[in-house]
Design a protein. Structure first.
Length: 452
Protein backbone atom coordinates (compact mmCIF):
# COMPACT_ATOMS: atom_id res chain seq x y z
CA UNK A 1 0.00 0.00 0.00
CA UNK A 2 1.40 3.42 -0.99
CA UNK A 3 -0.18 5.42 1.84
CA UNK A 4 -3.59 6.76 2.74
CA UNK A 5 -5.32 9.72 1.13
CA UNK A 6 -8.40 11.56 2.38
CA UNK A 7 -10.50 13.19 -0.32
CA UNK A 8 -13.05 16.00 -0.26
CA UNK A 9 -15.05 16.65 -3.42
CA UNK A 10 -16.98 19.91 -3.78
CA UNK A 11 -18.84 21.53 -6.67
CA UNK A 12 -20.86 20.52 -9.69
CA UNK A 13 -21.14 17.15 -11.49
CA UNK A 14 -18.26 18.20 -13.75
CA UNK A 15 -15.99 18.55 -10.71
CA UNK A 16 -17.32 15.22 -9.42
CA UNK A 17 -16.08 13.53 -12.59
CA UNK A 18 -12.62 15.07 -12.04
CA UNK A 19 -12.68 13.70 -8.48
CA UNK A 20 -13.53 10.24 -9.82
CA UNK A 21 -10.57 10.41 -12.19
CA UNK A 22 -8.14 11.47 -9.45
CA UNK A 23 -9.43 8.76 -7.09
CA UNK A 24 -9.13 6.16 -9.84
CA UNK A 25 -5.49 7.15 -10.44
CA UNK A 26 -4.73 7.10 -6.70
CA UNK A 27 -6.21 3.63 -6.39
CA UNK A 28 -4.37 2.45 -9.52
CA UNK A 29 -1.09 3.51 -7.89
CA UNK A 30 -1.89 1.61 -4.73
CA UNK A 31 -2.97 4.48 -2.46
CA UNK A 32 -5.72 3.74 0.05
CA UNK A 33 -8.70 6.11 0.20
CA UNK A 34 -9.82 6.74 3.76
CA UNK A 35 -12.94 8.46 5.09
CA UNK A 36 -11.49 10.50 7.98
CA UNK A 37 -8.86 13.20 8.48
CA UNK A 38 -7.28 11.20 11.30
CA UNK A 39 -6.57 8.12 9.18
CA UNK A 40 -5.22 10.08 6.20
CA UNK A 41 -1.52 10.75 5.52
CA UNK A 42 -2.55 13.63 3.24
CA UNK A 43 -5.87 15.22 2.23
CA UNK A 44 -6.81 16.33 -1.30
CA UNK A 45 -9.56 18.98 -1.55
CA UNK A 46 -11.22 19.34 -4.98
CA UNK A 47 -12.69 22.84 -4.83
CA UNK A 48 -15.36 24.88 -6.58
CA UNK A 49 -14.66 28.52 -7.34
CA UNK A 50 -17.57 29.60 -9.48
CA UNK A 51 -19.53 32.03 -7.31
CA UNK A 52 -18.61 33.77 -4.08
CA UNK A 53 -20.49 31.36 -1.73
CA UNK A 54 -18.76 28.39 -3.44
CA UNK A 55 -15.35 30.05 -2.97
CA UNK A 56 -16.13 30.54 0.72
CA UNK A 57 -17.27 26.92 1.12
CA UNK A 58 -14.06 25.72 -0.53
CA UNK A 59 -11.86 27.93 1.67
CA UNK A 60 -13.66 26.62 4.76
CA UNK A 61 -13.17 23.00 3.66
CA UNK A 62 -9.43 23.64 3.15
CA UNK A 63 -9.25 25.23 6.63
CA UNK A 64 -11.01 22.26 8.21
CA UNK A 65 -8.67 19.79 6.51
CA UNK A 66 -5.63 21.82 7.67
CA UNK A 67 -6.90 21.91 11.25
CA UNK A 68 -7.67 18.20 11.45
CA UNK A 69 -4.89 16.78 9.32
CA UNK A 70 -2.37 19.47 8.43
CA UNK A 71 -1.22 18.09 5.05
CA UNK A 72 -3.48 19.45 2.35
CA UNK A 73 -3.27 19.51 -1.46
CA UNK A 74 -5.80 21.76 -3.21
CA UNK A 75 -7.11 21.19 -6.73
CA UNK A 76 -10.15 22.16 -8.82
CA UNK A 77 -11.64 25.43 -10.00
CA UNK A 78 -10.49 27.51 -7.05
CA UNK A 79 -7.02 26.12 -7.65
CA UNK A 80 -6.94 28.37 -10.72
CA UNK A 81 -6.69 31.28 -8.25
CA UNK A 82 -3.81 30.28 -5.98
CA UNK A 83 -3.53 33.78 -4.45
CA UNK A 84 -7.05 33.57 -3.03
CA UNK A 85 -6.14 30.26 -1.37
CA UNK A 86 -2.69 31.28 -0.14
CA UNK A 87 -3.95 34.54 1.35
CA UNK A 88 -6.16 32.54 3.73
CA UNK A 89 -4.26 29.26 3.95
CA UNK A 90 -0.52 29.79 3.35
CA UNK A 91 0.28 26.31 4.70
CA UNK A 92 -1.30 24.21 1.94
CA UNK A 93 1.28 21.85 0.42
CA UNK A 94 0.38 22.37 -3.24
CA UNK A 95 -2.24 23.93 -5.47
CA UNK A 96 -3.22 22.66 -8.92
CA UNK A 97 -5.94 23.80 -11.32
CA UNK A 98 -9.11 22.01 -12.40
CA UNK A 99 -8.89 18.63 -14.15
CA UNK A 100 -5.12 18.58 -13.52
CA UNK A 101 -4.85 14.94 -12.51
CA UNK A 102 -1.11 14.79 -13.22
CA UNK A 103 -0.55 17.89 -11.07
CA UNK A 104 -2.40 16.33 -8.15
CA UNK A 105 -0.52 13.05 -8.53
CA UNK A 106 2.84 14.86 -8.61
CA UNK A 107 1.93 16.70 -5.41
CA UNK A 108 0.78 13.45 -3.75
CA UNK A 109 4.01 11.66 -4.81
CA UNK A 110 6.10 14.43 -3.21
CA UNK A 111 4.34 14.11 0.14
CA UNK A 112 3.64 10.42 0.02
CA UNK A 113 5.95 8.55 -2.39
CA UNK A 114 4.24 5.63 -4.14
CA UNK A 115 5.03 2.09 -3.09
CA UNK A 116 7.83 0.67 -5.25
CA UNK A 117 6.30 -2.82 -4.98
CA UNK A 118 5.36 -3.71 -8.58
CA UNK A 119 2.35 -5.70 -7.38
CA UNK A 120 0.71 -2.59 -5.93
CA UNK A 121 -0.51 -1.62 -9.39
CA UNK A 122 -2.16 -5.02 -9.68
CA UNK A 123 -4.72 -4.21 -6.98
CA UNK A 124 -7.97 -4.86 -8.85
CA UNK A 125 -9.91 -1.77 -9.83
CA UNK A 126 -13.55 -1.89 -10.89
CA UNK A 127 -13.82 -1.67 -14.73
CA UNK A 128 -15.43 1.74 -14.32
CA UNK A 129 -12.67 3.16 -12.10
CA UNK A 130 -13.72 4.82 -8.84
CA UNK A 131 -17.26 6.20 -8.94
CA UNK A 132 -18.68 8.75 -6.51
CA UNK A 133 -22.26 8.27 -7.64
CA UNK A 134 -24.34 5.18 -6.80
CA UNK A 135 -23.80 2.20 -9.09
CA UNK A 136 -27.06 2.76 -10.98
CA UNK A 137 -26.29 6.22 -12.40
CA UNK A 138 -23.14 7.84 -13.75
CA UNK A 139 -22.10 11.18 -15.14
CA UNK A 140 -20.49 11.04 -18.56
CA UNK A 141 -18.36 14.09 -19.28
CA UNK A 142 -18.06 14.56 -23.03
CA UNK A 143 -15.98 17.76 -23.15
CA UNK A 144 -14.03 20.16 -20.97
CA UNK A 145 -14.06 23.94 -21.16
CA UNK A 146 -16.19 26.38 -23.10
CA UNK A 147 -15.88 28.61 -26.17
CA UNK A 148 -18.53 31.16 -25.13
CA UNK A 149 -17.94 34.46 -23.42
CA UNK A 150 -21.01 34.93 -21.20
CA UNK A 151 -20.31 38.12 -19.29
CA UNK A 152 -21.25 36.72 -15.85
CA UNK A 153 -19.08 33.62 -16.13
CA UNK A 154 -15.37 32.88 -15.74
CA UNK A 155 -15.49 29.21 -16.63
CA UNK A 156 -13.70 29.73 -19.97
CA UNK A 157 -10.90 31.48 -18.03
CA UNK A 158 -10.83 28.74 -15.40
CA UNK A 159 -11.39 25.65 -17.52
CA UNK A 160 -10.07 26.93 -20.86
CA UNK A 161 -11.55 26.60 -24.32
CA UNK A 162 -13.58 23.53 -25.22
CA UNK A 163 -11.67 20.27 -25.55
CA UNK A 164 -13.93 17.39 -26.59
CA UNK A 165 -13.25 13.70 -26.16
CA UNK A 166 -13.35 11.43 -29.19
CA UNK A 167 -16.71 9.71 -29.60
CA UNK A 168 -15.10 6.27 -29.29
CA UNK A 169 -13.50 7.20 -25.95
CA UNK A 170 -16.87 8.31 -24.55
CA UNK A 171 -18.76 5.35 -25.99
CA UNK A 172 -16.33 2.78 -24.59
CA UNK A 173 -16.58 4.44 -21.18
CA UNK A 174 -20.39 4.39 -21.42
CA UNK A 175 -20.27 0.73 -22.49
CA UNK A 176 -18.12 -0.18 -19.46
CA UNK A 177 -20.46 1.74 -17.15
CA UNK A 178 -23.63 0.10 -18.48
CA UNK A 179 -21.97 -3.33 -18.47
CA UNK A 180 -21.07 -2.75 -14.80
CA UNK A 181 -24.58 -1.85 -13.70
CA UNK A 182 -25.18 1.79 -14.62
CA UNK A 183 -28.80 2.19 -15.66
CA UNK A 184 -28.77 5.95 -16.21
CA UNK A 185 -26.07 7.84 -18.12
CA UNK A 186 -26.10 11.59 -17.49
CA UNK A 187 -24.31 13.48 -20.25
CA UNK A 188 -22.54 16.65 -19.12
CA UNK A 189 -20.22 19.34 -20.52
CA UNK A 190 -20.19 23.12 -20.27
CA UNK A 191 -22.10 23.22 -23.55
CA UNK A 192 -23.11 19.72 -24.63
CA UNK A 193 -24.57 20.99 -27.91
CA UNK A 194 -21.16 22.25 -29.04
CA UNK A 195 -19.57 18.85 -28.44
CA UNK A 196 -16.99 17.94 -31.08
CA UNK A 197 -16.75 21.33 -32.80
CA UNK A 198 -13.13 21.70 -31.62
CA UNK A 199 -12.37 18.28 -33.17
CA UNK A 200 -14.03 19.37 -36.42
CA UNK A 201 -16.39 16.48 -35.67
CA UNK A 202 -13.73 13.92 -36.57
CA UNK A 203 -14.67 10.26 -36.63
CA UNK A 204 -13.32 7.56 -34.35
CA UNK A 205 -13.73 3.81 -34.23
CA UNK A 206 -16.32 2.28 -31.91
CA UNK A 207 -16.99 -1.44 -32.37
CA UNK A 208 -15.73 -1.27 -35.96
CA UNK A 209 -17.93 1.66 -36.88
CA UNK A 210 -16.81 5.24 -37.48
CA UNK A 211 -18.70 7.62 -35.15
CA UNK A 212 -18.53 11.38 -35.54
CA UNK A 213 -17.67 13.62 -32.59
CA UNK A 214 -21.03 15.38 -32.79
CA UNK A 215 -23.86 15.36 -30.26
CA UNK A 216 -26.43 13.70 -32.52
CA UNK A 217 -24.46 10.58 -33.62
CA UNK A 218 -22.88 10.30 -30.17
CA UNK A 219 -26.19 10.34 -28.33
CA UNK A 220 -27.82 8.09 -30.94
CA UNK A 221 -25.13 5.49 -30.15
CA UNK A 222 -25.56 5.94 -26.40
CA UNK A 223 -29.30 5.44 -26.82
CA UNK A 224 -28.66 1.99 -28.32
CA UNK A 225 -27.05 0.71 -25.10
CA UNK A 226 -30.44 0.35 -23.45
CA UNK A 227 -29.79 2.55 -20.38
CA UNK A 228 -31.62 5.77 -19.56
CA UNK A 229 -29.72 8.64 -21.23
CA UNK A 230 -30.25 12.12 -19.80
CA UNK A 231 -28.86 15.26 -21.42
CA UNK A 232 -27.65 18.30 -19.49
CA UNK A 233 -26.38 21.75 -20.50
CA UNK A 234 -27.91 21.54 -23.95
CA UNK A 235 -28.04 24.89 -25.76
CA UNK A 236 -30.91 25.19 -28.24
CA UNK A 237 -28.84 24.88 -31.42
CA UNK A 238 -30.81 23.72 -34.48
CA UNK A 239 -29.29 20.19 -34.43
CA UNK A 240 -30.78 19.50 -30.98
CA UNK A 241 -34.09 19.09 -32.83
CA UNK A 242 -32.71 15.88 -34.38
CA UNK A 243 -32.54 14.30 -30.92
CA UNK A 244 -36.20 14.87 -30.06
CA UNK A 245 -37.56 12.02 -32.25
CA UNK A 246 -35.31 9.63 -30.26
CA UNK A 247 -37.06 10.90 -27.13
CA UNK A 248 -40.48 10.37 -28.72
CA UNK A 249 -39.43 6.78 -29.58
CA UNK A 250 -38.41 6.14 -25.97
CA UNK A 251 -34.70 5.69 -26.79
CA UNK A 252 -33.56 8.83 -24.94
CA UNK A 253 -35.10 10.21 -21.78
CA UNK A 254 -37.63 12.91 -22.71
CA UNK A 255 -35.66 15.44 -20.68
CA UNK A 256 -33.56 18.42 -21.69
CA UNK A 257 -31.67 20.71 -19.38
CA UNK A 258 -31.40 23.95 -21.36
CA UNK A 259 -29.87 26.82 -19.37
CA UNK A 260 -31.59 29.87 -20.89
CA UNK A 261 -30.65 32.39 -18.12
CA UNK A 262 -33.13 35.06 -19.29
CA UNK A 263 -35.77 35.83 -21.90
CA UNK A 264 -35.34 39.55 -22.51
CA UNK A 265 -33.19 40.05 -25.65
CA UNK A 266 -31.71 43.16 -24.06
CA UNK A 267 -30.58 41.34 -20.90
CA UNK A 268 -29.38 38.36 -22.93
CA UNK A 269 -27.31 40.71 -25.06
CA UNK A 270 -25.72 42.17 -21.93
CA UNK A 271 -25.06 38.59 -20.81
CA UNK A 272 -23.49 38.01 -24.25
CA UNK A 273 -25.89 35.20 -24.99
CA UNK A 274 -27.99 34.70 -28.11
CA UNK A 275 -31.75 34.54 -28.52
CA UNK A 276 -34.70 35.83 -26.57
CA UNK A 277 -38.25 34.83 -25.61
CA UNK A 278 -39.48 34.66 -29.18
CA UNK A 279 -36.85 32.25 -30.45
CA UNK A 280 -36.86 30.22 -27.20
CA UNK A 281 -40.65 29.76 -27.43
CA UNK A 282 -40.52 28.77 -31.09
CA UNK A 283 -37.87 26.13 -30.39
CA UNK A 284 -39.67 24.76 -27.33
CA UNK A 285 -42.94 24.50 -29.25
CA UNK A 286 -41.22 22.68 -32.08
CA UNK A 287 -39.67 20.18 -29.64
CA UNK A 288 -42.96 19.62 -27.84
CA UNK A 289 -44.78 19.02 -31.12
CA UNK A 290 -42.42 16.10 -31.75
CA UNK A 291 -42.32 14.81 -28.15
CA UNK A 292 -45.23 16.07 -26.01
CA UNK A 293 -43.95 14.39 -22.84
CA UNK A 294 -40.63 16.25 -23.00
CA UNK A 295 -39.62 17.74 -19.62
CA UNK A 296 -37.59 20.92 -20.05
CA UNK A 297 -35.40 22.14 -17.25
CA UNK A 298 -33.85 25.58 -17.29
CA UNK A 299 -32.05 28.02 -15.04
CA UNK A 300 -32.46 31.78 -14.92
CA UNK A 301 -30.55 34.66 -13.40
CA UNK A 302 -32.64 37.51 -11.95
CA UNK A 303 -31.31 40.94 -11.10
CA UNK A 304 -28.60 40.97 -13.79
CA UNK A 305 -27.07 44.48 -14.13
CA UNK A 306 -29.40 46.70 -16.14
CA UNK A 307 -32.46 44.41 -15.70
CA UNK A 308 -35.43 46.78 -15.49
CA UNK A 309 -38.88 45.97 -14.18
CA UNK A 310 -39.95 45.71 -17.80
CA UNK A 311 -37.22 43.15 -18.57
CA UNK A 312 -38.19 41.16 -15.52
CA UNK A 313 -41.89 41.22 -16.47
CA UNK A 314 -40.81 40.02 -19.89
CA UNK A 315 -39.12 37.04 -18.26
CA UNK A 316 -42.24 36.27 -16.20
CA UNK A 317 -44.40 36.49 -19.33
CA UNK A 318 -42.04 34.06 -21.04
CA UNK A 319 -42.27 31.60 -18.14
CA UNK A 320 -46.08 31.88 -18.15
CA UNK A 321 -46.14 30.98 -21.80
CA UNK A 322 -43.33 28.41 -21.90
CA UNK A 323 -44.65 26.54 -18.84
CA UNK A 324 -41.34 24.78 -18.30
CA UNK A 325 -41.41 21.62 -16.22
CA UNK A 326 -38.37 22.40 -14.07
CA UNK A 327 -36.92 25.82 -13.26
CA UNK A 328 -33.99 26.90 -11.12
CA UNK A 329 -33.48 30.62 -10.46
CA UNK A 330 -30.58 32.49 -8.91
CA UNK A 331 -30.11 36.09 -7.96
CA UNK A 332 -27.21 37.58 -9.88
CA UNK A 333 -24.01 37.74 -7.88
CA UNK A 334 -20.63 39.00 -8.95
CA UNK A 335 -18.00 36.44 -9.85
CA UNK A 336 -14.51 37.85 -9.35
CA UNK A 337 -12.96 38.36 -12.80
CA UNK A 338 -16.24 38.38 -14.78
CA UNK A 339 -16.78 41.23 -17.25
CA UNK A 340 -20.36 41.79 -16.01
CA UNK A 341 -18.91 43.24 -12.78
CA UNK A 342 -18.12 46.43 -14.69
CA UNK A 343 -21.66 46.87 -16.05
CA UNK A 344 -23.65 49.92 -15.00
CA UNK A 345 -27.02 49.82 -13.24
CA UNK A 346 -26.39 47.04 -10.77
CA UNK A 347 -29.70 45.93 -9.24
CA UNK A 348 -30.02 46.46 -5.46
CA UNK A 349 -29.86 43.26 -3.41
CA UNK A 350 -33.38 43.70 -1.97
CA UNK A 351 -34.89 44.08 -5.42
CA UNK A 352 -33.05 40.98 -6.67
CA UNK A 353 -34.50 38.97 -3.80
CA UNK A 354 -37.99 40.32 -4.41
CA UNK A 355 -37.81 39.41 -8.10
CA UNK A 356 -36.48 35.97 -7.27
CA UNK A 357 -39.43 35.37 -4.92
CA UNK A 358 -41.91 36.54 -7.56
CA UNK A 359 -40.40 34.28 -10.20
CA UNK A 360 -40.38 31.27 -7.89
CA UNK A 361 -44.00 31.89 -6.83
CA UNK A 362 -45.11 31.97 -10.46
CA UNK A 363 -43.14 28.86 -11.34
CA UNK A 364 -44.39 26.99 -8.28
CA UNK A 365 -47.98 27.43 -9.49
CA UNK A 366 -47.02 26.12 -12.95
CA UNK A 367 -45.08 23.25 -11.42
CA UNK A 368 -47.91 22.28 -9.05
CA UNK A 369 -50.38 22.17 -11.90
CA UNK A 370 -48.04 20.01 -13.98
CA UNK A 371 -47.27 17.69 -11.08
CA UNK A 372 -50.96 17.24 -10.20
CA UNK A 373 -51.74 16.37 -13.82
CA UNK A 374 -49.63 13.25 -13.25
CA UNK A 375 -51.95 11.89 -10.55
CA UNK A 376 -53.48 8.67 -11.86
CA UNK A 377 -50.66 8.10 -14.37
CA UNK A 378 -48.18 5.23 -14.12
CA UNK A 379 -44.55 6.39 -14.44
CA UNK A 380 -41.22 4.62 -14.73
CA UNK A 381 -39.14 5.43 -11.65
CA UNK A 382 -35.50 4.61 -10.86
CA UNK A 383 -34.96 3.92 -7.16
CA UNK A 384 -32.21 5.95 -5.48
CA UNK A 385 -32.82 5.12 -1.84
CA UNK A 386 -35.00 3.55 0.80
CA UNK A 387 -37.42 5.77 2.72
CA UNK A 388 -37.88 5.91 6.49
CA UNK A 389 -40.95 3.66 6.59
CA UNK A 390 -40.99 -0.08 5.85
CA UNK A 391 -41.36 -0.70 2.09
CA UNK A 392 -40.96 3.02 1.31
CA UNK A 393 -38.71 3.95 -1.63
CA UNK A 394 -37.31 7.24 -2.90
CA UNK A 395 -36.81 7.47 -6.63
CA UNK A 396 -36.97 9.70 -9.66
CA UNK A 397 -39.17 9.71 -12.74
CA UNK A 398 -37.73 10.28 -16.21
CA UNK A 399 -38.45 14.00 -15.66
CA UNK A 400 -36.19 14.24 -12.62
CA UNK A 401 -32.40 14.49 -12.63
CA UNK A 402 -30.57 13.53 -9.42
CA UNK A 403 -29.86 16.31 -6.95
CA UNK A 404 -31.66 19.11 -8.76
CA UNK A 405 -35.21 17.97 -9.56
CA UNK A 406 -37.98 16.34 -7.55
CA UNK A 407 -38.42 12.83 -6.19
CA UNK A 408 -41.08 10.14 -6.27
CA UNK A 409 -41.83 8.48 -2.94
CA UNK A 410 -43.29 5.04 -3.60
CA UNK A 411 -44.69 2.30 -1.45
CA UNK A 412 -43.68 -1.27 -2.30
CA UNK A 413 -44.07 -4.78 -0.94
CA UNK A 414 -40.46 -4.66 0.27
CA UNK A 415 -38.88 -6.60 -2.61
CA UNK A 416 -37.65 -3.57 -4.60
CA UNK A 417 -33.97 -2.67 -4.33
CA UNK A 418 -31.92 0.49 -4.85
CA UNK A 419 -31.18 0.80 -8.58
CA UNK A 420 -34.33 -1.04 -9.70
CA UNK A 421 -36.54 0.60 -12.29
CA UNK A 422 -40.19 0.21 -11.34
CA UNK A 423 -43.60 1.37 -12.53
CA UNK A 424 -45.33 3.62 -10.00
CA UNK A 425 -49.01 4.59 -10.02
CA UNK A 426 -49.06 8.22 -8.90
CA UNK A 427 -51.56 9.10 -6.17
CA UNK A 428 -50.43 12.54 -4.96
CA UNK A 429 -48.31 15.48 -6.14
CA UNK A 430 -46.84 18.57 -4.51
CA UNK A 431 -44.85 21.44 -6.08
CA UNK A 432 -41.86 19.30 -6.94
CA UNK A 433 -42.42 15.78 -5.63
CA UNK A 434 -44.79 12.90 -6.33
CA UNK A 435 -46.11 9.93 -4.35
CA UNK A 436 -47.52 6.60 -5.40
CA UNK A 437 -47.43 2.82 -5.28
CA UNK A 438 -45.15 0.39 -7.08
CA UNK A 439 -47.17 -1.75 -9.46
CA UNK A 440 -44.36 -3.60 -11.22
CA UNK A 441 -40.58 -4.00 -11.27
CA UNK A 442 -39.26 -3.70 -14.82
CA UNK A 443 -36.72 -6.23 -16.10
CA UNK A 444 -33.28 -4.77 -16.81
CA UNK A 445 -31.97 -5.83 -20.23
CA UNK A 446 -29.19 -3.56 -21.49
CA UNK A 447 -27.82 -4.07 -24.99
CA UNK A 448 -24.26 -4.63 -23.78
CA UNK A 449 -22.41 -7.68 -22.51
CA UNK A 450 -22.64 -7.53 -18.75
CA UNK A 451 -19.50 -7.33 -16.56
CA UNK A 452 -21.46 -8.05 -13.38
S1 LIG B 1 -22.22 30.29 -18.75
FE1 LIG B 1 -21.55 30.75 -20.84
S2 LIG B 1 -19.32 31.00 -20.70
FE2 LIG B 1 -20.00 30.03 -18.80
S3 LIG B 1 -19.72 27.83 -19.19
FE3 LIG B 1 -21.85 28.34 -19.72
S4 LIG B 1 -21.84 28.82 -21.92
FE4 LIG B 1 -19.70 28.86 -21.19
Amino acid sequence: MSGKVGFISLGCPKALVDSERILTQLRAEGYGIVPSYEEADVVVVNTCGFITPAVEESLEAIGEALTHNGKVIVTGCLGEKPDTILERHPKVLAITGQADIEGVMTAVHKTLPPDENPYTSLIPLPPTGVKLTPKHYSYLKIAEGCNHKCSFCIIPQMRGLQVSRDASDILYEAYRLVASGTKELIVIAQDSSAYGSDLRHRESDFQERQIKAHLVPLVSELAEMGAWVRLHYVYPYPHVRDLIPLMAEGKLLPYLDVPLQHASPKVLKAMRRPGGAESHLKTIQEWRNICPELAIRSTFIVGFPGETEEDFEYLLAFLREARLERVGAFTYSEVPGATANALANQVPEELKKERHARLMALQQDISLEKQRAKIGQTLDVIIDNYGDLPGELIGRSKSDAPGIDGTVTAQSDGTVKIGDIVRVKISAGSHYDLEGDVVETLPWKPNVLSFT
